[in-house]
Structure formats: C-alpha cells, structure tokens
Design a binder for this molecule. Structure first.
Ligand SMILES: [Zn+2]
Length: 384
C-alpha cells in the first residue's frame, strides 16, 4: 500500500474513533450534532456512521426524533449493546475472574476459579473456561488484565512479582486455541480503560486512575490514550519515594509510597502480620469506627503519603482528574482527608485537581478488561 493509502486508512480509523467516542459519551447523538462537535463534514459522518449501522454496532433511535437547526428531523444514534460481546479476564494472585460484557459494559456470566503456580495448567484451564463462554455468542475479543510489566504488543507478561511470572506469552496460546483476538495489558492500565469507557473517565481525555490495593499503581490517560512509557512501566507511583528514611520496599528501595499506603503496609503496620484477606481492610475500618487511635494514626499517615505521591503526579502531568479505586479507598475520610490536605498543599500554584472515587466497584478489573477488548476491536483496524 502506498503512503496515501496508509494515510487514508489512519484518517478513517481516527474519525471513526472520534465518532464512537462521542456516541459513548453522550449515550445518543444525531449525525448533525456529531458533525458540528467534531468538525467533520456531514458526508463523512454519514459515511462512517453508515458503516457502523450496517454492521449493527449502532442503531437509530427512530422514536426520539429531534428538530435539527435546519428544520429537518434529526435521528439520534446510539450504541446497540447486544450487537457483539467481549470477554474480560482479571488475573489476580491465586484467582482468575472472568465475565462477558456487552458493548455498554454490562457484565454477565461472572465467574472465578483458583489456580496454583503451574502456568501451563492455568492457561489450559483458562482456555477451557473461555471455550464455554464463547459458545453460541459473537465474541469480538478477549481482554486480560495482569499485575506487573506487560508488553501488550506481543501479549507477553515480562515480569509479575505478585504472580511470580517471568516472560510468559499469554495471548499466543489462547488466541491459537480459540481463534479470537486476545489483548493483554497491565491490570491498573486496564482499569483506567474501564473508567474511560464505562466510568468517571467517560467525558475526560486526561485523567489518572490511582489504584490503592495490595500495592499502589496508576493508569495514565493522556489525550484519550493510555500512556505506557518506553519500557511499558509508566505509572509506577507505588515505587516513587515519598520519604527517604522510610522502610525498605520489596523493590529494594527505601520509603516507596507502597511502604506507607498499600493494603499490605497498612495491615502490617496495624496487625504486625502480612495481609492475606480482603477482610483485613474491613477489620481496620471497624477499628477506626470504634475510635482505635493507632488505626486512625496509621491510616492518616497512609493518606498523607498518598497525597504526597499524587501531588507529584499532578505537578508533572497536570491532569483534569484523579480517580481513586481499590480496597484501601474503602477506609474513607480517615484516609481521604489527610490525603487531600497533603496533596493540595503541595500542588504548584496554578494546578487544580478534581478527585473522584471510582464507581466501578470490586469488578473494576473486569470492566477494564472488557474495555481493553473493545478498544482493540474498534480502534485498531480499518475494517470492523
Ligand atoms: Zn518500591
């Protein structure tokens, strides 16, 4: 293909992405509005929405005709949620969760299964379970979120300290067995995509999801795209140093944010034991509610350092919004008040930041993995 052909292809993909984005953001919107907001000619909009209509991915809401400015009836367009499905897979230490999602991120068939350290066995079980889920359904793609360093272009998990994996090609064997496109990405980046498609990031092109759970990580969205960095390691806020004389982190450095604000650190500081259950955070929450001074102090301190870490991100990237998610965020104002205070006192004078709490809940990883598969399907190729 010559350069002009490549360019034409890229322009088409870019325009389709803009139009789809707008339909997702607005819920329903007429061709005229699309044309006005994006600045594309009516002919281009008709052309691109025509393809989406023909494939069934969008639909005309013929009962809701609005008067357009030209006096003609404008027909709103909306996503046709059941035109196709994707599968989201959320791989966590010891457990895999998976679900089907329609085009609007409505999850169904949520299930989970435990696994041991044998990676081949895990892939085999995963393929079996996916085979069942893909029966009788038009599956557009599979998205998989994995903690650790992931090269999404090759589908390889480079290193995952939490899972004990190194150099594992995850997408290859699954794609080969199922003949469905499989995309693998770091789990927190995947969650940021979940926010972008279905959550609070729907209307924002520049935001950062900060996920505070077992560890602390972030997914950075700049100009509507996930920022990955040259080594695929962008967003490692958990390993930024917030106190030079802090404790030794499992990455080998001292005073990383994770040593103060992760669930692992908070539970260790409070109970003197390592964290193994989700309920540990609830235990600390109830200690706080009973007025336990030590619990309050530990969580206040975690909030303070979380604010320090986030202020560095905000001062460097100047995003529109920070979205907070993860089990530690459930600790509420005991964490969030000191966080906000230390964050705001450290912001460069012209910076303002909106802080939001994610509404995707415990299934944020599944929403994200579904969004990853949708993004791959809609945004990456010329022909749908
Ligand atoms: Zn560290």
């Amino acid at each position: 293909m010559n350069l002009r052909g490549v360019n034409h292809q890229l322009v088409k993909i870019k325009n389709r992405n803009l139009i789809l984005r707008l339909i997702y953001e607005r819920g329903s919107i007429s061709r005229q509005e699309i044309s006005r907001l994006i600045g594309l000619t009516p002919a281009t909009v008709t052309n691109i929405t025509g393809e989406l209509l023909e494939k069934g991915f969008i639909t005309e809401l013929s009962n809701f005709r609005e008067k357009s400015s030209a006096g003609r009836k404008a027909v709103p367009l909306a996503i046709n949620p059941t035109a196709g499905y994707v599968i989201g897979v959320d791989i966590r230490p010891k457990i895999v969760r998976m679900s089907i999602s329609d085009l609007l991120g409505r999850l169904s068939n949520i299930e989970s299964f435990p696994y041991n350290s044998n990676r081949d066995e895990l892939i085999e079980t995963l393929v079996e379970k996916l085979q069942v889920l893909t029966e009788d359904r038009d599956i557009l793609g599979i998205g998989i979120g994995v903690p650790g360093l992931v090269d999404s272009s090759s589908g390889e998990v480079k290193i995952s300290p939490n899972l004990g994996w190194k150099n594992l090609n995850l997408s290859g064997p699954i794609e080969k067995s199922l003949r469905i496109p499989v995309t693998v990405e770091n789990n927190v980046r995947v969650m940021a995509l979940g926010e972008r498609w279905f959550g609070k990031g729907k209307k924002s092109d520049n935001f950062i999801l900060v996920y505070v759970s077992l560890g602390v990580g972030s997914g950075i969205v700049i100009s509507g795209k996930i920022y990955k960095g040259i080594n695929n390691s962008a967003g490692e806020i958990g390993h930024t140093v917030v106190s030079e004389d802090g404790e030794l982190c499992n990455c080998g450095k001292k005073g990383c944010l994770e040593t103060f604000a992760s669930a692992r650190a908070i539970v260790k500081n409070f109970k003197g034991t390592s964290l193994d259950e989700d309920s540990d955070i609830d235990e600390i929450k109830s200690a706080i509610e009973k007025g336990d001074k030590r619990a309050i102090e530990i969580v206040n301190r975690a909030g303070h350092y979380l604010g320090v870490g986030i202020s560095n991100l905000v001062n460097i990237l100047d995003p529109e919004m920070i979205i907070l998610a993860g089990r530690v965020i459930r600790l509420g104002k005991t964490l969030l008040f000191p966080m906000r205070e230390s964050l705001e006192s450290r912001l460069f004078s012209t910076n303002k930041i909106r802080i939001e709490i994610s509404e995707l809940g415990k299934e944020i990883g599944l929403y994200g993995a579904s969004a990853l598969a949708l993004e791959k399907f809609f945004y990456d190729k010329e022909e749908l």
